[in-house]
Design a protein around this ligand. Structure first.
Ligand code: ZN
Length: 176
């Protein structure tokens, strides 16, 4: 319940139980999505990020299958200031990623990847937030809540280390 109060700060996101049901079927565009395979129930704009997430996990020895887990995703207005993404779930339906439309429209590819990977960190890897900071004040994890004091530092130079941390089984919270 505490988590629910954390919604309003920048980059914040939450897990919340709800009854939201979205059955949007993707409309594959063979011109735009040449090499990217489809994910049922996922906005085609998110496919390349879902695929990259799986690839990054596999490169680190993790079995990845977002389709089998029926993880869905859409881009829509979340309508709360500074919330870029959410992972929603309930006991009856699988995890569902929502990326804020306004954020998406103005974000770089890297910032989009950061937020999609963060939400899949919740939805797929079942990770909770981790606020640890390095001595220089930068975050140790992209799973930071955005409410702590660490600074994001996800860029081409640091990305590999952040993804090593993201997929590190020691931080996962897998439910047997
Ligand atoms: Zn989060």
């Amino acid at each position: 319940m505490l988590l629910l109060s954390l919604l309003t700060l920048i980059w914040a996101c939450n897990k919340e139980n709800n009854e939201l049901v979205i059955e949007a079927e993707p409309q594959p565009d063979p011109i735009v999505e040449q090499e990217v395979s489809s994910y049922s129930g996922v906005d085609p704009l998110l496919w390349e990020y879902f695929e990259r997430f799986e690839e990054e996990g596999r490169e680190r020895g993790i079995e990845m299958d977002l389709r089998a887990k029926k993880i869905t995703g859409i881009i829509q207005s979340i309508g709360e200031d500074d919330v870029a993404g959410q992972c929603n779930y309930n006991s009856l339906r699988p995890n569902h990623v929502i990326i804020d439309q306004d954020f998406w429209d103005r974000a770089s590819v890297q910032a989009r990847e950061f937020v999609v990977f963060h939400e899949l960190g919740h939805c797929d890897l079942l990770r909770e937030h981790r606020e640890s900071a390095f001595e220089n004040g930068t975050c140790q994890s992209i799973m930071r809540s955005g409410l702590g004091t660490c600074r994001d530092n996800y860029n081409t130079r640091t990305k590999e280390a952040y993804l090593d941390e993201l997929f590190d089984p020691n931080f996962a919270n897998q439910i047997p």
